[in-house]
Design a protein around this ligand. Structure first.
Ligand SMILES: C[S@@+](CC[C@H](N)C(=O)[O-])C[C@H]1O[C@@H](n2cnc3c(N)ncnc32)[C@H](O)[C@@H]1O
Length: 381
């Protein structure tokens, strides 16, 4: 019997209820959940009772009382997972990806030389994870010196990729990202850009279909409105091109170096410094504002920002500058791919995942360039 089938028997005995779904091995994405019959929108698919949640309250006192009271929930749950040698959760533990799989798929555990090739939002996310992991590990290592760092990292990454948002009177005061719990079976749901609804109350979690499903179709939840850079950095995968409505390309590395200290000050004063993005349909307003400051006198720029002028008269100039920057960005992306091709750091599939992501970025940038070129051509006729 497969581990996820044994998990199901255990979970059902403990009160988990599944309606029209079952876990199944999915090529390329570990275990997932599929519809076993046609499903209607808003149908209850899964119920997990509170008694089965691993939460701040369920961490045994033998672990929690040795750690500081202000330890992150993330760090505490990871310590519990890493130190738990009881058989209580053995059926659940058996379906989790192995340490080797986790270390190979999640960028926090990749060779630091390879991490440098990620696009900026992914690098930023990896850096944040590093900071949070180090803070938790320093505390746990001092308290449980025999625990190995790689075993704690494995547990910490499982928590990072498998928890659900959960707020109770006890967790309300914590930062939002730390109000987390682990739950069996629900943690087998893979991600799609739109998915089932997830809700909880005192009795437990309920997952309902967001739309109709055909029998055999994979049922997913949405881990958040993340672009592929963040999905790759946090969860170790990117959705296929055209399958992620939240995907975007960060333009900061192309725009910020162009801005003088004075420009930066003006943009900062108005809240427009950094976080420049494009998606499949548009280049964000922030980018338009930042590029406009490079194209027009300051007074005219202020009028547009203040809504006193629609800025149409200089839009062609802004678009031409944008095209130039996007071509540079595309060239930089091509160079990055060439550098990854000769790099030896990391594993083949990690380098491939990075190259695939850069190809997606090039495609998104190229279609934006085409769109802008045709609107600039129309303006000049
Ligand atoms: C909450 S778990 C989901 C269950 C997981 N597939 C398993 O085998 O246990 C999250 C992990 O599943 C994988 N995953 C989730 N959605 C995916 C998708 N759309 N494509 C590829 N992998 C996905 C990633 O490895 C991610 O870190």
């Amino acid at each position: 019997m497969e581990a996820h089938e044994e998990l199901l028997l255990w979970a059902k005995q403990k009160g988990v209820q599944l309606h029209g779904i079952e876990p199944r091995r999915m090529p390329g994405r570990g275990v997932g959940v599929v519809a076993t019959e046609p499903l209607k929108p808003n149908q209850v698919l899964l119920e997990v009772p509170t008694s089965l949640l691993k939460s701040l309250s369920s961490v045994p006192r033998s672990v929690s009382r040795k750690l500081p009271r202000d330890m992150s929930v993330h760090g505490l749950l990871a310590a519990d997972l890493a130190l738990d040698e009881s058989a209580t959760h053995s059926k659940w533990d058996a379906v989790m990806p192995t340490k080797e799989e986790v270390m190979a798929s999640l960028p926090l555990a990749w060779d630091p030389d390879l991490q440098e090739y990620f696009p900026k939002p992914a690098r930023d996310s990896i850096r944040k994870q590093q900071t949070r992991f180090k803070r938790d590990w320093d505390i746990v290592h001092a308290t449980f010196p025999s625990l190995l760092e790689e075993d704690y990292l494995y547990a910490w990454l499982l928590v990072n990729t498998r928890t659900f948002y959960y707020t109770t009177p006890r967790t309300e005061k914590l930062p939002r990202h730390d109000r987390m719990i682990l739950q069996p079976v629900a943690d087998l749901l893979n991600h799609a850009d739109e998915g089932c609804s997830v809700s909880f109350d005192g009795r437990g979690f309920t997952i309902r279909s967001g739309r109709a499903y055909a029998a055999g179709e994979e049922v997913c939840i949405c881990y958040g409105r993340h672009g592929n850079d963040v999905l790759l950095a946090e969860y170790g995968f990117a959705l296929a091109a055209g399958r992620n409505r939240w995907d975007e390309v960060c333009l900061d590395d192309a725009v910020l170096p162009r801005l003088s200290a004075r420009h930066r000050r003006h943009l900062e004063d108005r809240g427009f410094l950094g976080n420049y993005r494009l998606d499949a349909a548009t280049v964000c307003y922030r980018t338009q504002v930042a590029l406009r400051i490079l194209c027009v006198p300051l007074g005219e720029w202020r009028d547009v920002v203040d809504g006193l002028d629609d800025g149409e008269a200089q839009q062609g100039e802004v678009d031409r500058l944008l095209i130039l920057l996007l071509r540079e960005l595309r060239e930089g992306a091509r160079e990055t791919i060439a550098n990854i091709e000769v790099a030896t750091a990391g594993l083949d599939h990690q380098r491939q995942a990075l190259k695939d992501r850069w190809v997606q970025i090039i495609d998104l940038v190229s279609s934006t360039i085409l769109r802008l070129e045709s609107s600039v051509a129309q303006e000049s006729t």
